[in-house]
Write a protein that binds this ligand. Structure first.
Ligand SMILES: [Zn+2]
Length: 230
């Protein structure tokens, strides 16, 4: 039996929101050349000490903070599909960002439509594997942050919508995005393309507002969208 050091934290929403607002811009462009989504873990990782969810990074087990408990994302059939690259003209520094095909195609259509209206849409993150999310944690913990501190503004591995290949972060991927014309355009037209704000200003579960993070979750068909924007 191994004994794992455990970091147990409880963060109030107020502290969570304040820190989210104060934290400097964090950019997590995925420079990996990965083009196939990794299979997602279907089961919660076992924690022998309590019923709390945990995640293991480099053989060390960490308790998921309360604000993320019960939010682990399950496997989606879509996640096994090959990923496709977003046209670099819509990516920060012309980087390589991948999404699932329908999300990429629709994002591209949306960005091109916005461009015609004088709105320059740029993203700095798309698909991120669980492994890559762990790498982000490792990097920040190597700099002296605790797991709990990182979890205040970065979804734990297994909890990020980015692993679904459907979510993007617009630039600037921080609080200042609310003042960006792209945000206003998205509020007006994003849902027409099936893109929705995952963590809006007002939510039923009091999640911190994350204006630059949007997910492709269409409720109307791409054909209807095409008709509307003809
Ligand atoms: Zn995001």
């Amino acid at each position: 039996m191994k004994n794992y050091p455990i970091t147990l934290v409880t963060i109030s929403s107020v502290v969570f929101i304040s820190l989210t607002l104060l934290w400097p811009a964090a950019s997590f462009a995925n420079n990996e050349e990965t083009v196939i989504a990794e299979p997602l873990e279907s089961d919660r990782e076992p924690n022998k000490l309590s019923l709390l969810e945990t995640v293991t990074i480099d053989s060390q087990e960490y308790i998921i903070p309360e604000s993320w408990q019960d939010r682990k994302l399950g496997p989606l059939p879509l996640a096994q599909s090959p990923l496709v690259m977003v046209p670099p003209e819509f990516v920060k520094n012309n980087g390589h960002i991948y999404l699932l095909p329908e999300a990429r195609d629709t994002f591209q259509k949306m960005a091109e439509t916005a461009k015609k209206a004088g709105i320059a849409m740029i993203i700095d993150s798309g698909y991120r594997s669980v492994r890559y999310q762990k790498k982000i944690y490792r990097r920040l913990m190597d700099k002296g942050k605790t797991f709990a501190e990182v979890a205040r503004y970065v979804a734990p591995p297994g909890y990020s919508e980015h692993m679904l290949g459907l979510a993007v972060d617009f630039v600037p991927s921080n609080w200042h995005f609310v003042d960006n014309p792209v945000y206003q355009w998205l509020k007006e037209h994003g849902s027409t393309f099936g893109f929705n704000e995952s963590y809006p200003e007002i939510s039923s579960d009091n999640r911190p507002w994350e204006p630059s993070h949007w997910i492709f979750r269409p409720t109307i068909s791409p054909l209807q969208t095409a008709r509307k924007f003809k």
